[in-house]
Design a protein around this ligand. Sequence first.
Ligand SMILES: [Mn+2]
Length: 250
Amino acid sequence: MNNLDQQRPTHHLVVGRNRLGRDFFISDIHGHKPKFERALARVGFNLEAGDRLFCVGDLVDRGSDNLQILGKQLHWPGFYSIKGNHELMLLDQFDQQPLNYGIYSYGGMRNTHTLNGGRWFEKCRQPTRERVVQQISQLPLTLEVDTAYGRIGLVHAEVPLGQTDWSAFLHQLGRDGKLVEQAVWGRDVLYAHQAHKPIAAVTGIDAIIHGHTLVCKPVAVANRLYIDTGLETGDLSILSAQAVFQLIHA
Ligand SMILES: [Mn+2]
């Protein structure tokens, strides 16, 4: 274990290899149970057989099944999710933290979460709100999982331009609120790629999966893979670890 490992923030979760079933990756469920269940059915997801599911954040907001998703999936032994910008908005709103999302804040209004699909949370009774906050605050901000095909990292929106090493990025993330904001809200890497700018791979990790920015089909940018197809296609992308590397190496 090197120095950086020892200093890794506790909001980073490291998950070992699955010895039983398959590992799948999904993003931006946004409280849409039917879309979520269709995705699971498409790959024959089998919890009992040891399959695991990793979500790149934004479990809640927009759909009508937020409490069902939180109540059920977060209790699955093989379900892992990181926080997305929607989870952070919810926590900020509950804590009455001053919202400071800069260009992302829709003019710095205090009700950013409500405007972004969070009205369901506003309408919950206080004990429910407290339970939701308890569940969501325990989710890590970043995650990495070892698979037979390579190590896969999860970051909701992006590993910002200029961050070229996974360990260094995680290290700085624990100390730099601005970087956290970029990691859960940013779209610069994908936009730079779409503008045909060269994007380097992030060293120290084999693949990184992002949601957050809408795409029509999964888009690989060096070793980063954007998978949030939910709103564009009506279907959530669900990818096996093998499929993740096939797309990155295509
Ligand atoms: Mn998002």
